[in-house]
Design a protein around this ligand. Structure first.
Ligand SMILES: [Zn+2]
Length: 271
């Protein structure tokens, strides 16, 4: 499953194709959305922003489109009038004079007047997006100290989209290593300085991965960590079972937590 940095990078590609451009053709494949084709025709795409695994597309006509790819949806960037050969169902097509973005197979799509989209039940359930530029370490710290999050084990908390949306399995392992934390601890167990370090790592690690162009989702995870050197994102622990910790040389261990694999350095993240 893609995590926040990969999702935001995909959203950037869509935004690069159509944001700021006037739409010359709008198509919706779902009958319930047909009536919005005329409403949006000729409008300009203002922004494309991920919220966890949901995507919000804002139009200057005052509408916002919510979509969630779930397991099957896929966005493609292409040229206007040139639909790719695919057996997938076309659900959304937004064409400007020189570019088109198309959503296939997804069914969780709805249109909302402006910011009323934030009342969508999914967006109400999830926490702030971990890569939202407005999110500050202080905001994360407040969430860490609040009920019900402060009594959850870190291994579960760092996958909980209600805590921070966009977190996922490789980010969980890397954040815990960077903050030097045992995954079985809870925020309530931690002194203030360690909580602050965790809040900082929860922002810094996803941002680093995003700026370093994230991890190719199609690529073997193993290949990603060998990309080292200036600025590149390199896994410190994820998928490195049996290999030496870059900090202390202790062999990285693979454990299972909350049904997903997790990687720790027993020395750096020991109690
Ligand atoms: Zn270590």
């Amino acid at each position: 499953m893609p995590e926040g940095p990969e999702i935001r990078r995909a959203a950037d590609a869509l935004a690069g194709a159509v944001v700021g451009k006037r739409l010359q053709r709008v198509f919706f494949g779902l009958p319930k959305l047909k009536r919005y084709e005329r409403q949006l025709d000729g409008s300009t795409v203002e922004s494309i922003t991920p919220h966890g695994k949901a995507l919000l597309i804002r139009f200057d006509a005052g509408w916002t489109m919510y979509s969630h790819n779930q397991l099957y949806g896929v966005w493609m960037v292409g040229k206007p009038g040139e639909r790719p050969a695919t057996s997938r169902s076309l659900r959304v097509e937004l064409e400007s004079a020189d570019a088109a973005i198309r959503l296939y197979s997804a069914s969780d799509i709805s249109l909302w007047p402006g910011e009323e989209v934030l009342q969508h039940p999914f967006l109400q359930r999830i926490g702030p997006d971990v890569l939202d530029p407005a999110l500050r370490a202080q905001d994360v710290l407040v969430r860490l100290k609040s009920a019900p999050f402060q009594t959850k084990r870190l291994s579960a908390l760092l996958l909980d989209q209600a805590f921070l949306a966009g977190m996922g399995n490789y980010l969980r392992a890397e954040v815990l290593f960077v903050a030097r934390l045992d995954p079985d601890l809870r925020p309530a167990d931690l002194p203030a300085a360690r909580l602050r370090a965790l809040a900082k790592a929860l922002l810094a690690v996803p941002q680093h991965s995003y700026r370093a162009r994230g991890i190719e989702p199609s690529r073997r995870m193993k290949a990603a960590y060998t990309v080292s050197g200036t600025g590149a994102f390199r896994f410190q622990v994820f998928d490195r079972a049996g290999e030496p910790c870059f900090e202390c040389g202790t062999l990285i261990q693979r454990v299972e937590r909350d049904g997903r694999r997790l990687y720790v350095c027993p020395h750096c993240q020991g109690g």
